[in-house]
Ligand binder design. Structure first.
Ligand SMILES: *Cc1c(COP(=O)(O)O)cnc(C)c1O
Length: 458
């Protein structure tokens, strides 16, 4: 399998190169040259998740230095870290409504499903090349802990995570700062999440530093993260049959993996996109208008996003894989903040504000006893709204992607239901563990010097 850039002017690469490269040299995102069908037997009942994952991923990896036995081993190791035997179990919460629990990994959010694999793939490929890398991440909460869990103890990797001081929840901060390992470095930046992102961008812009410490990103535009997510869009319909799938959406990475699985033959009728008040994608799905507004803070912070980086991969498809047209459209969007983009009737969408999100959590709990986190509730609420207007929907179940454990957002869940969800056993002592982090001003030179000091001598 070869990969091309959505903007058509970057080198064609194999999987291993795409893994380590992240963003393409022309500013685009890498996508496979062709979309493979799901492997035969994808819908076999009761298949172990790791085996299905290796089968689904193999066509995307084939042709790179990563061999099939390596892939099998890395995948098996990645999913052995999950605390449920099914890895991503499908739970029927009421007749016709299923959730896929994507939160059984080490940090209780769906990003673990991809990052537990991607951290190991990075380590494996860097070791093969005799290289090390420094992963730098800016986080407003969830991504940091999932990236740390992906890198901790990996010999070829150091990780530095910047979070805005005092602006992440206690659970989120502690999930990052209580990881005690020599290759994990946390920095509380005296500033906002945007400051953290700008500081990371400045590090990447420093070419000499970038080379010296092997600066690397593991962010949501990384193709391998999207690829890892295709698997549960096969395992869920394998369990429940033809269905609609609802996904709470921020950067469009998760739901785009659903589009890929559908294209590869998964019997997914509609992809239902749920947004919070940052509803740019909901507006796009209805009209094709892509118009950026200011970011508002909500109870579902992992979706407080206005520019959904992975959306470009779909737009490239909808523009007939025309890289020049995609580059032109994205350039105009970045420039003026609003464009007419192509849309796709596979996607239907609804947005829920915080009030509606809390109501959804409360109603679901009252009806079924199930506790959904605010992100998950947005997917479930979007499914109800979109399917209410579609008479054919009654004939098929809906599968909702549960992207975070309710204990990750205990305040919102308690506010809605009166029940405070407990942390699972492996995190039960989170508030007793010592924290370790440095505090730095939002200053490029100070952060660059600190990052360089953190990195093991090489
Ligand atoms: C990251 C995240 C999302 C959004 O996923 P995208 O791939 O960015 O659309 C939704 N819910 C939770 C809990 C997340 O951490």
């Amino acid at each position: 399998m070869k990969y091309v850039s959505t903007r058509g002017r970057a080198p064609v690469l194999d999987f291993a190169d795409v893994l380590l490269t992240g963003l393409a040299a022309d500013g685009g995102l890498y996508v496979p040259e062709t979309w493979p069908a799901l492997p035969s037997g994808w819908d076999a009942p009761q298949q172990p998740y790791a085996e299905l994952a290796a089968d689904v991923l193999w066509p995307y990896v084939d042709g790179s230095p990563l061999g099939r036995p390596d892939l099998d081993a890395v995948v098996a190791e990645a999913y052995a870290t999950f605390d449920h035997p099914d890895v991503c179990p499908v739970v029927e919460v009421e007749p016709g409504l299923h959730v896929v629990e994507l939160f059984h990994g080490p940090t209780l959010a769906f990003k673990d499903v991809a990052l537990q694999l991607v951290g190991r793939l990075f380590d494996h490929e860097l070791a093969r090349r005799g290289q090390r890398a420094t992963v730098v991440v800016a986080t407003s909460g969830d991504t940091g802990s999932a990236a740390i869990a992906a890198c901790v103890g990996r010999p070829a990797l150091d990780i530095v995570v910047l979070h805005p001081a005092g602006r992440v929840s206690d659970v989120q901060r502690r999930q990052m700062t209580t990881v005690d390992a020599p290759n994990v470095h946390n920095v509380a930046v005296e500033g906002t999440f945007d400051d953290c992102q700008d500081l990371v961008k400045a590090l990447f812009a420093d070419v000499a530093l970038r080379e010296r410490i092997g600066l690397s990103a593991m962010n949501s535009i990384n193709w391998a993260r999207v690829a890892a997510q295709i698997v549960y869009y096969a395992s869920a319909p394998a369990a429940v049959g033809p269905c609609d799938v609802a996904v709470p959406t921020g950067n469009f990475g998760n739901i785009f993996a659903g589009w890929i699985a559908r294209r590869g033959g998964a019997p997914i009728e509609r992809l239902i996109l749920g947004s919070n008040s940052n509803d740019i994608l909901t507006r796009w799905a209805g009209t094709g208008d892509l118009a950026q507004l200011g970011v508002v803070h909500t109870l579902s912070p992992s979706m407080d996003i206005q520019v959904s980086s992975n959306h470009e991969r779909l737009l490239f498809e909808l523009l007939g894989r025309d890289g020049a047209a995609t580059a032109e459209l994205m350039g105009r969007f970045r420039g003026v903040g609003a464009v007419e983009a192509p849309s796709d009737p596979t996607f239907v969408a609804a947005s829920l504000d915080d009030r509606a999100t809390l109501d959804e959590i409360a109603d679901l709990h009252r009806r079924t006893g199930y506790l959904a986190d605010p992100h998950t509730a947005i997917g479930i609420g979007a499914a109800r709204r979109c399917r209410a207007g579609d008479p054919s929907a009654a004939e098929r179940p809906v599968v909702c992607m549960a992207t975070a454990h309710p204990a990750k957002f205990p305040d919102a869940v308690e506010q809605a239901t009166g029940v405070r969800p407990p942390l699972p056993d492996h995190l039960a002592d989170l508030f007793d563990r010592p924290e370790r982090y440095d505090v730095l001003p939002a200053d490029g030179a100070a952060v660059a010097a600190h990052v360089e000091r953190c990195v093991a001598p090489r």
